[in-house]
Ligand binder design. Structure first.
Ligand SMILES: [Fe+2]
Ligand SMILES: [Fe+2]
Length: 435
């Protein structure tokens, strides 16, 4: 008899060595020599890992640049998740690459791949971008990782194999989530001819690069695509047609002792935290040359804010309210975008985020008193995330200042930003000085 764990019991217990599990044990621990020596040598291995890292890393910035201008809500959330998950994949590959090449971050020596990743951002519209990345680039990356996983040395290169397997898990799940979004857009007639032309162009660029791994027979370099548009960094936040109110007076909120009315507004405000994600995206897009760990922290920060918005959506839907009817306050992003990236990051982390804690703790107590477990849990998770965001602000503002060449010390710089925040954000008088 063999139990659920595969261990022999009863009269069979001495027969384990001859059981069907022996072959499995032998294969796993290579006691039986595999018939074929894997054909992926270590030099090709690191070249390919570097290509995957490059593609995942560059697309973080592409999606960061696009995030504010993606209007379709579900696609915006997915783009945010892609930025965060790609950052985790880049990190996993970086940790492996630094063991087998120096420096760990290197541009691939393949002009065709560099052209592919450089052109992605010039998509004509959000569906063109989504179809090019999720429909063309990501499937090729998945195929490359699947092949790599089995082509490399299973024991000698186990750290790579493990990283690739975990990345594959996320990339396949992403495909499952995004496929219906793309199909729905197509069915609803939101996919333009330009988007289709762009998708074909990216397919040809990928073929010219020999696929993401670079090992397929290469196609010709395609000519410039007339459907592509010169990318201009966004200064405004787009929302789809389901949102009925894009702006509203930020100061109007019921008093906290009007518990039910205040709580409703509290979670309606959560649903608009996409704006914070969009600001972090703008910062990620504009800031080049910051340490990798900054990009990793910022990607997490960005997707946390999408999660906070989704928390607001969940809360409202559970109470039969339509989150698409909540005001979007899109003028806030426009206001922040007129400042340099370091100022935007400071306004968010040292303004909004540092100052939210006394209020959030009062809300936890109010929800506990009201016996409202859902609201209490949501706010406590939010506090945990926001604590990290403030930590990110303290960690990275000095670096951002150094990078931007601002001569002010962090304290003086923060005080100057907070003056603007107090006078303009807190009062709701969001002056737009630059158009
Ligand atoms: Fe938040
Ligand atoms: Fe935050």
């Amino acid at each position: 008899m063999v139990n659920q764990l595969g261990f022999a019991s009863g009269p069979d217990r001495h027969c384990l060595a001859s059981s069907r599990f022996a072959a499995l044990v032998n294969a796993t621990y290579l006691i039986m020599t595999p018939a074929v020596v894997p054909d992926l040598d270590i030099d090709t291995n690191r070249v390919r890992l570097n290509r995957y890292r490059h593609v995942l890393h560059e697309t973080m910035r592409v999606f960061a640049g696009w995030l504010p201008r993606i209007a379709r809500f579900e696609l915006k959330c997915e783009a945010g998740r892609t930025i965060w998950e790609n950052s985790l994949h880049v990190n996993a590959l970086y940790l492996r690459l630094r063991e087998i090449q120096s420096p760990a971050f290197q541009a691939p020596a393949d002009p065709a791949l560099l052209r592919l990743t450089a052109e992605l951002i010039h998509a004509p519209d959000e569906q063109g971008l989504a179809r090019a990345y999720y429909g063309v680039v990501a499937p090729s990356l998945i195929a490359a990782l699947e092949n790599h996983e089995t082509a490399t040395f299973p024991n000698s290169d186990l750290p790579s194999v493990r990283a690739l397997r975990h990345i594959l898990l996320d990339l396949r799940a992403e495909q499952e989530r995004v496929r219906p979004l793309l199909a729905e857009a197509e069915e609803a007639g939101r996919v333009t001819a330009r988007a289709h032309t762009w998708e074909n162009h990216i397919t040809r660029l990928l073929a010219a690069a020999g696929g993401i791994a670079g090992e397929e027979k290469r196609g010709d370099d395609p000519a410039a695509c007339p459907a592509g548009l010169e990318f201009t960094p966004p200064r405004e936040a787009a929302r789809d047609e389901r949102f009925t109110t894009l702006g509203a007076d930020l100061a109007a909120m019921p008093a906290e002792d009007e518990h039910a009315a205040h709580t409703e507004e509290e979670f309606e405000r959560y649903s608009t935290e996409v704006l914070a994600a969009e600001t972090v995206a703008v910062v990620i897009y504009h800031v080049r040359g910051m340490p990798w760990e900054f990009q990793l922290d910022a990607a997490r920060h960005l997707y946390d804010e999408i999660r906070h918005a989704l928390m607001g959506y969940e809360w409202m839907r559970r109470r039969g309210k339509d989150p698409f009817r909540s005001p979007q306050y899109t003028h806030i992003l426009k206001w922040r975008c007129q400042f340099p990236p370091a100022v935007q990051y400071c306004l968010l982390t040292m303004g909004n985020e540092v100052h939210a804690f006394p209020y959030r703790h009062r809300r936890v107590e109010a929800h506990q008193r009201a016996g409202d477990r859902l609201s209490e849990q949501f706010v406590r998770y939010d506090i945990a995330d926001e604590t990290q965001h403030v930590r990110f602000g303290h960690r990275w503002l000095p670096e951002l200042l150094k990078q931007s060449g601002d001569p002010r010390g962090v304290e003086e710089f923060t005080a100057d930003c907070l003056r603007v925040w107090d006078q303009e954000y807190r009062t709701g008088r969001l002056t737009l000085n630059v158009e």
